[in-house]
Write a protein that binds this ligand. Structure first.
Ligand SMILES: C[S@@+](CC[C@H](N)C(=O)[O-])C[C@H]1O[C@@H](n2cnc3c(N)ncnc32)[C@H](O)[C@@H]1O
Length: 255
């Protein structure tokens, strides 16, 4: 079994963090489509905590692609809304434990409010193919992180935004809606599922991904609308609560 399959089936459960099975499934499908469509570029995340999503993102990268994570790490006094708690040592240990190539990874201690797309491109050696925004969850930080990430996307790149529809973090929806209204040409939704919204940088790329996802992507979906453009909404089995626990136990027993 390769490192990616091991991590997807069991490994991610050993890393503290937030990543629902539906989001993994969508992400893996989109990364597969990127390979098929010849999309190339770096891998990045703002807000990495102990690496639960970042490890998966990195395991989806090619041998010549760089990955980087930006987080406050030990500067938690700057974590305005206590959204997670970055930990450099745990992250590094988790990366090693799950088969990541540390030679292609940079961990950058930074407050994302001071980060811009140019700095991201410099660290990644070019644009990002997959970039997750999951740092501070206030409206202003979300707005700023979307500006940074959207200006760092490679041709065909995908931006993954966490918690857009999570009622615990209303700042994410506020910041994202404001960003989408202020910059209608910067981000186009592709899909919603597993507590994440997946965007790309043009209507043409969004259509391409949606057609392919609808044909080969994971299970049930409907077509809806976000910020005036079409989006595929996927339905996955519950990841939490008694049903989610039962499913996880079954997966462990079977796997
Ligand atoms: C919700 S957690 C990230 C979860 C992670 N993506 C996962 O896969 O489990 C949020 C992270 O953002 C970091 N963070 C919060 N505010 C930040 C800021 N202003 N700049 C950079 N990182 C920040 C926290 O330290 C924490 O690690």
């Amino acid at each position: 079994m390769d490192a990616l399959t091991r991590y997807q089936t069991k490994g991610h459960l050993q890393v503290e963090g937030w990543l629902w099975p539906g989001a993994m499934e969508l992400l893996i499908s989109l990364a597969g489509l990127q390979r098929a469509l010849g999309v190339r570029g770096g891998i990045g995340e703002i807000g990495v905590h102990h690496g639960r999503l970042f490890i998966l993102l990195h395991l989806l990268s090619g041998p010549d692609e760089l990955s980087a994570a930006w987080d406050l790490f030990e500067d938690q006094d700057q974590n305005l809304d206590a959204s997670g708690r970055g930990d450099y040592a745990r992250l590094e240990a988790n990366l090693k434990a799950h088969g990541c190539d540390l030679g292609r990874i940079q961990l950058v201690k930074a407050n994302s409010a001071e980060l811009d797309g140019g700095q991201v491109r410099e660290v990644l050696g070019g644009g990002a193919r997959l970039f997750s925004v999951d740092g501070g969850h206030t409206a202003d930080l979300t707005y700023g992180d979307l500006r940074t990430a959207s200006s760092a996307l490679a041709e065909g790149g995908i931006l993954i935004l966490d918690d857009f529809y999570n009622e615990q973090w209303p700042g994410v929806a506020e910041g994202a809606q404001r960003f989408l209204a202020d910059h209608p040409e910067r981000l186009f939704p592709v899909a919603i599922g597993g507590n994440k919204v997946f965007f790309t940088h043009s209507a043409e790329w969004a259509r391409r991904y949606q057609e392919a996802l609808a044909a080969v992507g994971p299970r049930a979906h409907k077509i809806s609308e976000l910020a005036g453009t079409p989006v595929l909404v996927f339905r996955f089995p519950p990841a939490r609560g008694p049903a989610g626990r039962l499913l996880r136990r079954l997966r462990r027993l079977l796997g």
